[in-house]
Write a new protein. Structure first.
Length: 169
């Protein structure tokens, strides 16, 4: 996408101004600076932001050589780049890392940041896809992620049954 210009603001500003648009942001700590995440969320409101991973096959994996379709990718220091270049090639972030980024970088106290991050990583994307809000209510599927104090995944409740995630999630 072309950058914002003072005389031709382009598609980014048009999308931010259109209340029908849900703004998707790759908040992996590589694609966007935390200040941009805060500014967009403040400008359009937390209900219009859906956080994404841009995950590729190397997500959650060690540094090394991977592929993104037919494109060779090198992951160095957790950052996926087109082999032999500095061009970002997808992301290695998992959704729990995107969630943690949101909580730590929204600029709100934790008790206010947590519900914003929940909306932006689950409710807003679900609504954008035309699915019902993933609310916790009697009779609901109860698909939940249980974070620890560091906001890493400590457990998962798919359809209400606890599953302990593998080490390192």
């Amino acid at each position: 996408m072309r950058p914002v210009d003072h005389r031709e603001p382009g598609p980014a500003i048009a999308l931010l101004e259109d209340a029908r648009v849900t703004v998707e942001m790759i908040t992996d700590g590589v694609h966007l600076h935390p200040a941009l995440y805060r500014e967009v969320t403040a400008g359009v409101g937390p209900d219009r932001v859906a956080l994404m991973t841009d995950a590729m096959a190397a997500s959650g994996m060690a540094d090394g050589a991977y592929r993104l379709g037919s494109l060779p990718v090198d992951v160095r220091d957790g950052i996926a780049r087109v082999a032999g270049t500095d061009t970002i090639a997808g992301s290695t972030a998992t959704m729990n890392q995107v969630f943690r980024f949101a909580v730590l970088n929204i600029g709100l106290p934790c008790e206010e940041a947590l519900p914003v991050a929940v909306r932006q990583t689950s409710i807003n994307p679900s609504r954008t896809l035309g699915r019902p809000d993933p609310t916790l209510a009697p009779g609901a599927a109860a698909d939940l992620v249980i974070p620890d104090d560091e906001l890493a995944v400590a457990g998962v409740l798919p359809r209400g049954s606890r599953v302990v995630p593998p080490v390192g999630m």
